[in-house]
Ligand binder design. Structure first.
Ligand code: HEC
Ligand code: HEC
Ligand code: HEC
Ligand code: HEC
Ligand code: HEC
Ligand code: HEC
Length: 242
């Protein structure tokens, strides 16, 4: 009996050694991965401003958010993928539109293209933040909002007065802001007439600036077939102004 026990013990010991030998590389690998993961620290929302403060960016993001319609929001609500230190390398900065989408699903669904291009396929198309601001979003009826009728022409103008951009996309009217500025409409808007047309009143399909298309697009308000609608509207308003 003793003898058998010893043999068992020997077998078990040998088996154990073999197992350990086989397992070593695997263990080593796990060790390595553990080390790597240890280097990534998960960040909580309050830590963002330790690095992203006024000293670093010249503006106080936290204060901007507090002054905006998104008062009280945490940084990760709009930057969900920046939750590690260091930030994930394989993630290019996508300027928070993915964050906007998580709450403003309706607008995100509505905004599928601009001009002749489809969102996601053309980097130069306006992002939510290009029109609304990133940290400074306000409702469109707030006079400080980038999309308030008084400010919208300049917000569109950032791109549409950029001659390199309008040439690249062969946009026929390359200084719409300048033209608009001299119109009775612009004067009326400046005078506080909220019904006077600004860029989106003539260009938005289905009544939203989230659908502004090339004049050749049948859905475009400035398509020849639809032209009487915006022009008719603006002329009526012109008359009203008088
Ligand atoms: C330890 C310092 C540190 C902390 C803490 C930190 N960041 Fe960063 N962050 C950086 C640095 C450095 C960069 C620029 C290099 C890079 O992208 O990794 C950056 C880049 C970014 C960018 C992209 C900026 C751009 O123009 O590409 C965003 C957005 C961002 N961080 C958000 C956050 C959020 C949200 C938090 C909190 C959850 C946070 N960061 C916490 C150091 C930090
Ligand atoms: C309402 C959504 C929203 C919230 C909340 C938000 N961000 Fe942003 N953030 C954006 C958008 C959109 C952009 C890109 C457009 C821009 O530059 O304004 C941006 C840009 C940035 C950038 C890169 C731009 C630069 O100037 O270098 C950093 C860094 C950043 N945010 C950090 C933060 C931190 C830190 C907080 C919390 C205090 C925060 N964000 C809260 C939407 C948001
Ligand atoms: C975590 C959810 C959330 C995220 C992310 C978010 N928003 Fe909002 N947003 C809201 C809520 C809630 C309101 C309404 C606040 C109120 O009416 O008091 C709002 C209001 C607005 C308004 C004004 C709406 C109105 O009816 O007056 C605009 C414009 C807006 N957000 C645009 C954006 C943009 C652009 C982004 C991305 C840069 C963004 N939001 C990211 C939740 C969010
Ligand atoms: C961030 C830059 C940017 C902003 C802001 C912007 N646009 Fe554009 N817009 C473009 C680009 C780029 C194109 C061309 C896209 C294409 O057709 O491939 C375009 C195309 C257009 C077209 C169609 C022109 C054509 O010949 O196809 C109209 C009309 C237009 N924009 C009006 C506006 C109005 C009105 C606003 C403001 C509410 C605005 N855009 C804001 C970049 C911008
Ligand atoms: C080309 C400029 C432009 C782009 C890009 C854009 N918006 Fe808007 N958005 C406007 C204008 C102008 C209004 C107000 C009137 C209207 O709907 O035409 C508006 C209205 C809104 C409103 C309604 C509340 C209000 O302030 O009237 C929300 C919410 C909103 N946008 C969110 C978004 C989100 C989210 C994105 C990105 C998916 C986005 N917008 C992209 C120009 C833009
Ligand atoms: C009163 C209505 C009206 C207003 C306001 C208006 N537009 Fe236009 N816009 C038009 C019409 C109509 C055309 C088409 C002209 C043509 O094809 O001959 C046009 C053409 C354009 C084009 C060129 C499209 C192309 O390729 O033919 C752009 C870009 C544009 N507008 C941007 C703007 C911007 C930006 C604003 C605000 C600063 C603005 N528009 C204000 C009616 C208007």
């Amino acid at each position: 009996m003793e003898k058998f026990k010893n043999i068992d013990l020997l077998k078990i010991t040998t088996l154990f050694i073999i197992l350990v030998l086989f397992a070593t590389p695997t263990f080593a690998q796990f060790d390595f991965m553990d080390d790597d993961e240890d280097e990534v620290e998960y960040l909580d929302e309050d830590s963002c401003v330790e690095c992203h403060n006024e000293e670093e960016h010249d503006v106080d993001f936290e204060w901007q958010i507090e002054e905006s319609i998104h008062e009280g929001f945490g940084c990760l609500e709009c930057h969900p993928y920046y939750n590690t230190d260091p930030h994930s390398e394989d993630m290019e900065f996508s300027d928070g539109c993915e964050g906007c989408a998580s709450c403003h699903e309706e607008e995100y669904e509505e905004y599928k293209g601009h001009g002749r291009s489809v969102t996601g396929e053309c980097e130069e198309l306006p992002s939510c933040a290009d029109c609304h601001g990133g940290h400074t979003v306000l409702p469109s009826d707030d006079e400080e909002s980038l999309v308030h009728p008084k400010n919208l022409p300049y917000t569109c103008g950032v791109c549409h007065e950029d001659i390199d951009l309008t040439e690249k996309y062969q946009i026929l009217i390359n200084h719409p802001l300048e033209i608009y500025e001299t119109s009775v409409h612009a004067q009326a808007v400046r005078d506080g007439n909220e019904d006077a047309p600004t860029c989106n009143d003539c260009h938005s399909s289905s009544g939203t600036a989230h659908q502004i298309y090339h004049p050749g697009n049948i859905e475009s308000k400035i398509n020849d077939y639809n032209r009487p609608i915006p022009c008719g509207k603006s002329h009526e308003e012109q008359e009203n102004d008088h």
